[in-house]
Design a protein around this ligand. Structure first.
Ligand SMILES: NC(=O)C1=CN([C@@H]2O[C@H](COP(=O)(O)OP(=O)(O)OC[C@H]3O[C@@H](n4cnc5c(N)ncnc54)[C@H](OP(=O)(O)O)[C@@H]3O)[C@@H](O)[C@H]2O)C=CC1
Ligand SMILES: O=C(O)C1=N[C@H](C(=O)O)C[C@H](O)C1
Length: 270
């Protein structure tokens, strides 16, 4: 076994879980130390490589996160909010690096994660790609430069299996726009119009979500003003992008003290 820092991948059979396994196998900085699925999943107890339809890896898929975390330095977690809260507490108890890609948290769940970040190096972002994180910086700057004569609308598109809306990325972009405007997103957010909605409220930040097919992830930030429009766009065409970002965050986190970080910290964009 190599002496590289060990990573546990949670939700390993998921779209991102599988991507992460492939990217870790190709990494010269990290090694796969464990793979977690929920109790009752038919991969539990099987060799991960064989379960994925490839060669044996020697890593057996487990439903015991605490036991798997005992042999690791890093947890990479793209699962679901309730699962991530539970993994966050376990990661904090063991002082691990917890890279969180999961989206769709409530405010209370975010508060629980923030509490857990006192014991872990917690790196959380609704999008792990360089391009989207750069887009948040550009969005903040454009929102700073344009006044409320420019209506801000965020339009996102994802595959038909996605369960949360607006996407974590859309919320990151909305937050960046609100910071640029000097307002609280919660005060100006307009999520979901239907029926006789009345005219748009000046200063609102609107969100729209498209779900269809196998769209990996697309985000537009539209600044619609009198006689002109500025559109900032990011298109992800390969999920491996997010997995590579998560591995970068993991390696970066190994050198940091416990606390909360985001991808702007990892990428040096803060
Ligand atoms: N930050 C980023 O860059 C990105 C974030 N994401 C986010 O990552 C999350 C996962 O996305 P995706 O991979 O497409 O989703 P999937 O549904 O394909 O995968 C989620 C996996 O987590 C598993 N899981 C859920 N609950 C538990 C649990 N309690 N214990 C163990 N495993 C569990 C699921 O198992 P089961 O099927 O049995 O429920 C499934 O295998 C979403 O929130 C998505 O928005 C996605 C891409 C990029
Ligand atoms: O669920 C997805 O697929 C994605 N989720 C993230 C989000 O909610 O923004 C990131 C990416 O867009 C893909």
């Amino acid at each position: 076994m190599s002496d590289l820092p060990g990573v546990v991948v949670t939700g390993v059979s998921g779209r991102m879980g599988r991507m992460l396994v492939q990217e870790i196998a190709a990494s010269d900085k990290l090694r796969l130390a464990g793979a977690i699925e929920r109790a009752g999943h038919d991969w539990v107890g099987r060799d991960l490589g064989l379960a994925m339809g490839g060669a044996e890896t020697g890593v057996i898929v487990s439903d015991d996160a605490d036991e798997a975390f005992a042999g690791a330095a890093v947890v990479i977690d793209f699962t679901a909010p309730e699962a991530t809260i539970a993994f966050g507490a376990l990661a904090a108890a063991r002082g691990l690096v917890h890279v969180i890609g999961t989206t769709g948290f409530t405010d209370d769940q975010i508060a629980a994660l923030e509490a857990a970040s006192e014991g872990a190096v917690q790196i959380r972002a609704g999008n792990m790609s360089l391009g989207v994180n750069l887009l948040t910086v550009l969005t903040r700057k454009v929102a700073e430069a344009l006044d409320a004569d420019f209506d801000i609308e965020i339009v996102e598109a994802h595959h038909n299996r996605k369960v949360d809306a607006p996407s974590g990325t859309a919320l990151m972009l909305g937050e960046a726009a609100a910071v640029g405007r000097g307002v609280a997103l919660g005060d100006v957010s307009d999520r979901g119009r239907d029926g006789i909605t009345g005219a748009r409220t000046r200063g609102d930040i609107g969100f729209s979500a498209i779900r269809g097919g196998d769209i990996v992830g697309e985000h537009d930030v539209i600044f619609a003003g009198p006689g002109e429009r500025v559109v900032l766009r990011h298109v992800a065409s390969d999920r491996a992008l997010f997995a590579r970002g998560a591995l970068k965050a993991a390696a970066w986190g190994l050198e940091r003290p416990a606390g909360f970080y985001d991808m702007l910290d990892v990428l040096g964009l803060n």
